[in-house]
Design a binder for this molecule. Structure first.
Ligand SMILES: Nc1ncnc2c1ncn2[C@@H]1O[C@H](COP(=O)(O)OP(=O)(O)O)[C@@H](O)[C@H]1O
Ligand SMILES: [Mg+2]
Length: 232
């Protein structure tokens, strides 16, 4: 199996708050056997889904649990360019479209006990691939082989992928950027996930500390909007 180094320099580690992730991890441990495959989503891009879900996967793996991280944001993977590897990795889009075997896309990360399937090249039909029986089967098998499966998805306010993934996984956590997302919008996301018939584990409030920084709004305001368009 290929071993890859996941470069988390771009902010992933600087805000990694051990205590917060430990609490989140403990909550998951108490959520029980039925909640071991967990999708993470949010209403909008850049609320921190990818950072939170990857850090959570690391945190779970640090307790000695076997964890599989699946990057199911095949439209705009956060991990492109952050994964250092000697051998090119094909990723989820290749596997789901039948162009690669599981052994070609499954990698061991530089964190002990943490395995990953990264997104792969952008396919023309991400929602269709995630809705396929290949994806359901992948999760079923993964639940048997790993203690936890953490799945990163695109924002639900832009595309339907996250609801499809949440349904296949059975459980979902909603990442909300503090102060940016309205209560109403979180409700819309929650209603959409309820229709997917999955267990909503709760809301993870992200970037709560960072908001105290005085440059926050001016910097993120512009970036936020331009990023949002990429999903349309
Ligand atoms: N708690 C946090 N504190 C500071 N920066 C954060 C935090 N969570 C995420 N970020 C930064 O915000 C940006 C968006 O995060 P990302 O995980 O890619 O969001 P999403 O997956 O929801 O689009 C990234 O640059 C990331 O490093
Ligand atoms: Mg993301």
């Amino acid at each position: 199996m290929n071993v890859v180094k996941v470069n988390r320099k771009e902010g992933f580690e600087s805000f990694h708050s051990d205590e917060a992730y430990k609490t989140l991890r403990t909550n998951l441990e108490f959520a029980g056997e039925d909640n071991r495959a967990i999708a993470s989503t949010s209403g909008s891009p850049r609320e921190g889904k990818s950072a939170v879900s990857y850090n959570l996967a690391v945190s779970l793996a640090q307790t000695g649990k076997r964890v599989l991280f699946v990057d199911a944001d095949m439209r705009r993977s956060r991990f492109l360019g952050q994964v250092e590897t000697d051998v090119p990795i094909k990723g989820l889009s290749y596997y789901l479209s039948g162009q690669a075997a599981l052994s070609d896309v499954l990698v061991h990360t530089d964190t002990p006990h943490l395995y990953a399937i990264f997104a792969g090249p952008v396919p023309p039909n991400p929602a269709e691939l995630l809705g396929s029986k290949h994806f359901t089967k992948l999760l079923e098998e993964a639940k048997k082989a790993y203690d936890y499966v953490i799945i990163d998805t695109p924002p639900l306010g832009s595309v339907i992928d996250a609801a499809i993934v949440a349904q296949a996984a059975g459980s979902v956590a909603i990442v909300v950027e503090e102060g940016t997302t309205s209560y109403k919008f979180v409700r819309v996301v929650k209603d959409q996930l309820e229709k997917a018939d999955c267990n909503i584990l709760g809301v993870i409030l992200n970037k709560a500390e960072q908001k105290k920084g005085k440059y926050y709004n001016s910097y993120y305001g512009g970036y936020y909007n331009s990023y949002n368009n990429d999903y349309k």
